[in-house]
Design a protein around this ligand. Structure first.
Ligand code: PLP
Length: 382
């Protein structure tokens, strides 16, 4: 009997179990408690920011981060078109309007010269630009050395969507720390999980205090329930924070396993014409997902061909994110495009990348790819 090999399943075991049981037995089951406070301190220490606020999802973290930098109804916010829909949705929650920017074809991260061009264009039209939201794609930091000066020059705050990138770095600085505020996700498929959860990380303690206030229904410190503005029920549970603390202990080990797996894919595909590992040059990536790009005119096969071969063997793969400018929910949105995200969507494939994959599962995936490639090479050389 074989079971499905999933793309990026949760990696949990005895350590998570013991942390969860301790939290349960402590009586702190509500969205408040010592594990919640400790989880915030530990993630902030790991990233090197002064503080953090734990919330119920990465999407909630993005929403509060955008509010924290002052994004308001009618503002324009720059968002990479290649991202998960949460980045754009969080912008809409604030009443602002996302404008989409294309990506670098080799990394999938936002195309910085295009950001500069778009900022100029929007400013010359007199628009109020609320934020730029770079996304650290597939666990690889955006090119902050180039991007931060562009945003500083335009005097626009950066909100870093580091949902995929906890543990990654750019020139020695940790993912999550680049903007005025960063957003992390602990969803079930991410590099580490609290089953569902997220966090804001920032050096701006006033911004974080306001986010914490908004995350708890904006309840005033009074004995009765007093509210001066509309808040949200976004706080993370103490139980889930305990799960997160156990995951954080294991984070470097889990990143190491994903990196080893990526190295094995790299070796397998190295001699194959027309196949490129997206973001392969970035040695400081957390290797969240390994993505290949297949150029059929050189390989003689498509990403979809390989996906079908693997699906028939119960091995899950996925296309890369469908660009936001292609999503019906964002039809008609203004965009500045080169075609790079469309190409990655057409030619990219996300391979099983989870740290919980067993050696047997890894061998079966690599074997199935090898079988596919041998058949293709045989056919083309015959
Ligand atoms: C996962 C993800 C999010 C959202 O995180 P949730 O915890 O699922 O709400 C936001 N942005 C990107 C780029 C993501 O990959």
């Amino acid at each position: 009997m074989t079971r499905t090999v999933y793309l990026s399943p949760p990696d949990v075991g005895p350590l998570e179990e013991s942390y969860l049981i301790s939290a349960l037995r402590s009586g702190w089951v509500a969205p408040a408690g010592p594990d919640l406070d400790a989880f915030e301190r530990e993630v902030a220490a790991r990233i090197g920011t002064r503080g953090a606020v734990a919330v119920s999802s990465g999407t909630a973290a993005l929403h509060l981060a955008l509010l924290g930098v002052g994004v308001s109804p009618g503002d324009t916010v720059l968002v990479p078109t290649l991202t998960f829909v949460a980045t754009a949705n969080a912008v809409r929650y604030t009443g602002a309007r996302p404008v989409f920017v294309d990506c670098d074809p080799h990394t999938g991260n936002v195309d910085v010269p295009l950001v500069a061009e778009l900022l100029n264009r929007l400013r010359s039209r007199g628009e109020r630009i609320g934020a730029v939201v770079p996304v650290d794609m597939f666990g690889s930091c955006a090119d902050y050395s180039a991007l931060l000066p562009v945003c500083a020059e335009a005097d626009v705050p950066v909100v870093e969507d580091a949902a995929e990138a906890l543990g990654a770095a750019h020139h020695g600085r940790a993912a999550g720390s680049f903007g005025r505020v960063g957003a992390l996700s602990f969803n079930g498929n991410k590099i580490m999980t609290t089953s569902g959860g997220g966090m804001l990380v920032s050096g701006d303690m006033a911004l974080l205090a306001r986010a914490r206030h908004l995350s708890t229904q904006a309840r005033e410190p009074k004995a009765h329930y007093e509210h001066r503005e509309t808040g949200y029920n976004y706080r993370l549970s103490n139980l889930l924070a305990a799960l997160g603390r156990a995951q954080l202990v294991r984070l470097d080990g889990m990143i190491g396993r994903r990196r080893q797996l990526r190295d094995r894919y790299a070796k397998l595909f190295a001699p194959v014409p027309g196949v490129e590992l997206v973001g392969a040059e970035d040695t400081a990536s957390n290797c969240w997902l390994t993505v290949i790009r297949v150029r059929p005119e050189r390989s003689g096969w498509t990403a979809a061909d390989l996906a079908a071969h693997l699906a028939a063997r119960d091995i899950e793969t996925r296309p890369v994110w469908k660009p936001m400018h292609r999503q019906p929910a964002y039809a008609g949105s203004e965009s500045l495009l080169t075609g790079a995200a469309d190409d990655l969507f057409a030619e990219g494939l996300t391979l099983p990348s989870g740290s919980a994959l067993t050696e047997r599962e890894i061998v079966s995936v690599l074997g199935a790819i090898d079988e596919f490639l041998s058949a293709r090479t045989g056919a083309s050389s015959a």
